[in-house]
Ligand binder design. Structure first.
Ligand code: FMN
Ligand code: SF4
Length: 408
């Protein structure tokens, strides 16, 4: 059995332990560039003892952002990211950049660039038709991922995590519901998986062997007609056979259609409504219950699905979802997972790992209320944590005129 607090290899790099801070879009980049606030967020997480922290979100193109306040990978972003990775390394942790294209989760109105979707559909965020990329434009998206990975390397990152989840662009191509294309990127599972595989190949070619290359893959979308566990298992098996990835992190849910499956726990409907502009707020009162469904929280809530992947695959896997204490970490190790990733528990207490290491009975103070979720519009934070720097950054209305996007 893997030892959670022992150093562990992840492709070409070695982490000081098997705990990774999961991507939680930090909302600290009002000008789409690194701020001291973002650096401090990751420095503090690293000082809390994780093996690696994940910087979210690093879009591969301006239109790949969920809104215009997010970093997109360009030479101008590199010096700030370098300061960030230096700060993380000075605390003994590694740094991963989550790279991806938000696809149908992008807010075109905020970005000033059309959102991309595999097939013709109206964006619920901008209420505009999205652009359906042709094969040349798909090639550009693939190349943009490779370019983003190279920039991440220049910025001193140790790893890149490619976003294949939550109905972002690649995940929307995987979805039979969202992808109704008739070309080589639609139809059969193999065709719908083509984009994921091409991107993984391109990123591998760009930085593989020097940076760890991982992907965050949906096990299921949790929407009728969406990606299911058996199909995702097939996709994962192809990714494993391609040898392009050093690990897979397993997630679930759709930022577009079913965000609460990502989290489980209470649905923060009131808090979410409060960050909407007034007309959208009224509309949300009508559909909020259907959009933000409630899934009962339990520790390790994605484990049951993830077990199928552990049984079928031999590549390293990262277990995510309700990892909050030593018991769930050790359970993951016992069941053959190689790493665990933690989101909310570390937003609540960045030093949680140190506390667990000094007292094995330590329980997380996170109550999975999910009120941190709407804070992505105003500087991501646990609402129960005293704020270090004071006022939130009001990204909300100016950045997302058409209403906010979903986290993740
Ligand atoms: C405030 C917030 C922001 C998030 N942003 C992202 C993101 O940018 N990318 C992503 O892949 N997942 C994102 N997530 C999802 C987390 O990475 C993770 O999948 C989810 O929180 C479940 O893990 P947990 O139970 O440890 O919190 C976000 C989660 C939260 C709470
Ligand atoms: S707001 Fe805080 S306590 Fe609530 S889910 Fe988020 S991190 Fe946990």
């Amino acid at each position: 059995m893997n030892e959670i607090f022992a150093p562990a290899e992840l492709g070409p790099i070695t982490l000081r332990n098997r705990v990774i801070k999961a991507a939680t879009f930090e909302g600290r980049t009002p000008d789409a560039l690194v701020t001291q606030d973002l650096i401090e967020f990751h420095r503090e997480t690293a000082a809390g003892g994780v093996g690696m922290t994940t910087v979210a979100y690093c879009a591969v193109a301006p239109g790949g952002r969920t809104d215009r306040h997010q970093i997109w990978m360009r030479p101008e972003a590199v010096p700030g990211l370098r300061k960030l990775t230096d700060a993380v390394h000075s605390e003994g942790a590694a740094a991963s950049a989550q790279i991806g294209h938000a696809g149908p989760v992008a807010n075109a109105r905020s970005n000033g660039v059309p959102a991309l979707a595999p097939s013709r559909m109206i964006s619920p965020l901008s209420m505009r038709f999205m652009k359906v990329p042709d094969q040349d434009e798909i090639r550009e998206v693939v190349a943009a991922h490779a370019n983003a990975a190279k920039l991440a390397e220049q910025a001193g990152f140790d790893a890149v995590e490619i976003h294949f989840g939550h109905n972002y662009l690649v995940s929307s191509f995987l979805s039979p519901r969202l992808n109704r294309r008739a070309d080589g990127y639609g139809g059969s599972t193999a065709n719908r998986a083509r984009l994921a595989r091409e991107i993984a190949w391109a990123v591998r070619k760009a930085v593989g062997g020097r940076l760890a290359v991982t992907a965050k893959l949906n096990m299921e979308d949790g929407v009728p007609g969406g990606l299911t566990v058996p199909e995702s298992l097939q996709v994962a098996a192809w990714l494993e056979a391609d040898g392009t990835l050093d690990a897979l992190e397993l997630t679930a849910g759709s930022s577009l259609l079913n965000p609460m499956l990502l989290f489980h726990g209470s649905a923060p409907r009131k808090e979410f409504a409060n960050v909407l502009p007034i007309p959208a707020r009224w509309g949300f009162r009508l559909v909020g219950r259907a959009f933000l469904k409630e899934y009962p929280y339990q520790d390790g809530y994605l484990l049951e699905r993830a077990r199928h992947f552990r049984r079928e695959l031999s590549m390293p896997l990262v277990l995510l979802g309700g990892i909050t204490n030593l018991h769930t970490m050790q359970q993951a190790m016992t069941e053959g997972f190689d790493f665990v990733a933690m989101g909310r528990a570390l937003l609540r207490e960045p030093n949680l790992l140190h506390r667990i290491r000094s007292d094995a009975t330590t329980q997380s103070a996170c109550i999975h209320c999910n009120e941190c979720m709407p804070t992505i519009y105003t500087r991501t934070r646990c609402v129960y944590r005293p704020d270090r720097t004071g006022a939130p950054i009001p990204l909300t209305l100016s950045g997302t005129e058409g209403g906010p996007k979903d986290p993740a």
